[in-house]
Design a protein around this ligand. Structure first.
Ligand code: TYD
Length: 210
């Protein structure tokens, strides 16, 4: 049986991840390989409940419980959705994954990256994406885009300096693992971004065939 492929989309707020994920899903479906698409936090009944808590602007949540809640959603998602799909040779597209915790709760909130990495290893059984698309964007632009979509959620309400640290956190992660990451300027035209993403995914799929 052919192996699965695990692709994640990362980036700051308003970078267009969901749009590009949907376009990639459509492309894959057209070529006879409809993917499993999911997102974090969410993707399972537990994850959806946890998501409501995490994004609720009425709540104050400390960095550690915040990270643990994202991890709870992630643990269930890996176990119930991502691993079973990969085990049956499917392509899985996930809107955010563990890199978001390293960038938001690590670089953004200041939690110890070694602690985050260790717990995330337990949570995911060390499952790493085969490819991570980082849609990089100046957070001032991204937050403005996100604001035009409606009321800001709890994370979108955090100040600009927090979101700048998050952006740099993502760029640092990408620099540490250049093989896994494809970094793209999210301010570019969506059609050309979709073309670059499609090329990278095709390369990974071809490499599997050998
Ligand atoms: P969402 O509406 O999915 O945002 P976006 O459209 O930008 O992906 O909300 C998820 C929010 O949670 C987003 O602000 C990023 C944040 N987040 C973390 O802080 N840590 C994490 O581990 C994950 C997965 C998300």
């Amino acid at each position: 049986m052919r192996p699965g492929l695990f692709v994640t989309f990362e980036g700051p707020e308003g970078a267009g991840k969901s749009t590009q994920l949907a376009r990639l899903a459509q492309r894959l479906a057209e070529t006879g390989r409809p993917p499993v698409t999911t997102r974090e936090p969410g993707g399972t009944p537990l994850g959806m409940r946890v998501r409501e808590v995490l994004l609720d602007p009425a709540l104050t949540i400390d960095p550690l419980p915040e990270f643990l809640l994202y991890s709870a959603s992630r643990a269930q998602l890996v176990r119930d959705v991502i691993r079973p799909a990969l085990a049956t040779g499917q392509v899985v597209l996930c809107d955010r994954y563990a890199d978001s915790s390293l960038a938001y709760q690590g670089s953004g909130r200041g939690l110890d990256p070694a602690f985050l990495a260790a717990l995330t290893g337990e949570v995911t059984g060390s499952l790493q994406p085969d490819l991570t698309i980082l849609l990089d964007l100046d957070p001032a632009l991204g937050l403005a885009r996100a604001a035009s979509r409606g009321q800001p959620d709890r994370l979108e309400r955090a100040d600009l300096t927090f979101h700048r640290r998050v952006r740099h956190g993502f760029l640092d992660l990408a620099a540490q693992e250049p093989e896994r990451f494809l970094v793209l300027d999210a301010a570019r035209d969506p059609d050309s971004l979709a073309a670059d993403i499609w090329r990278a995914v095709q390369e990974r799929l071809r490499a599997q065939i050998g």
